[in-house]
Design a protein around this ligand. Structure first.
Ligand SMILES: *[C@@H]1O[C@H](CO)[C@@H](O)[C@H](O)[C@H]1NC(C)=O
Ligand SMILES: *[C@@H]1O[C@H](CO)[C@@H](O)[C@H](O)[C@H]1NC(C)=O
Length: 147
């Protein structure tokens, strides 16, 4: 009986440490990098800790991950004077629930890839210079805030 109990305990420890060491999938890291690359002016350097100083994307400014840090669930970079385009790669943040980029100087169109974000509840792209139609893929958002 005893050996079985300790084996059970060991496997519990193993499971816990496995969960705790979870990291973001590479496509989500890539999506965040692409987002930064599509920004060509960052006056207040809000993206300065994105990938250099702080290696874990879950600690980057404006990024929120799940408790076990295996997915990005929120991106909130508002009123930061970011100039640039919205990277279509953001559509790879498959577990994103909130995308808040209110009050920047983003230009161009809203990528239809954002329609792939099936858990997205809040989309706030208000107070930017985005143009063009809202892609039809956005049909399933339950809470679209200002465009
Ligand atoms: C987004 O971030 C700004 C500034 O950091 C904060 O004031 C605002 O409440 C945040 N919005 C949400 C929905 O978390
Ligand atoms: C909304 O979701 C349903 C079911 O998941 C899907 O069949 C439909 O194509 C989606 N509509 C849009 C506009 O993405």
């Amino acid at each position: 009986m005893k050996p079985r109990t300790s084996l059970c305990f060991l496997s519990l420890i193993y499971t816990l440490s496995f969960v705790a060491s979870d990291t973001l999938p590479s496509n989500e890291v890539w999506a965040l990098r692409s987002f930064k690359e599509a920004v060509y002016e960052d006056l207040y350097q809000v993206l300065s800790d994105w990938d250099t100083v702080e290696a874990d994307p879950c600690n980057w400014f404006g990024v929120t991950c799940t408790m076990v840090r295996d997915h990005v669930i929120k991106l909130n970079i508002s009123a930061s004077s970011l100039k640039g385009f919205l990277a279509p790669e953001l559509g790879q943040l498959t577990h994103l629930q909130e995308l808040i980029l209110h009050g920047n100087n983003l230009i161009g169109t809203i990528p239809r890839e954002l329609g792939d974000l099936k858990y997205l509840r809040v989309l706030d792209l208000g107070m930017n210079q985005l143009t063009g139609p809202i892609p039809p893929e956005f049909g399933n958002l339950t809470q679209v805030v200002k465009m």
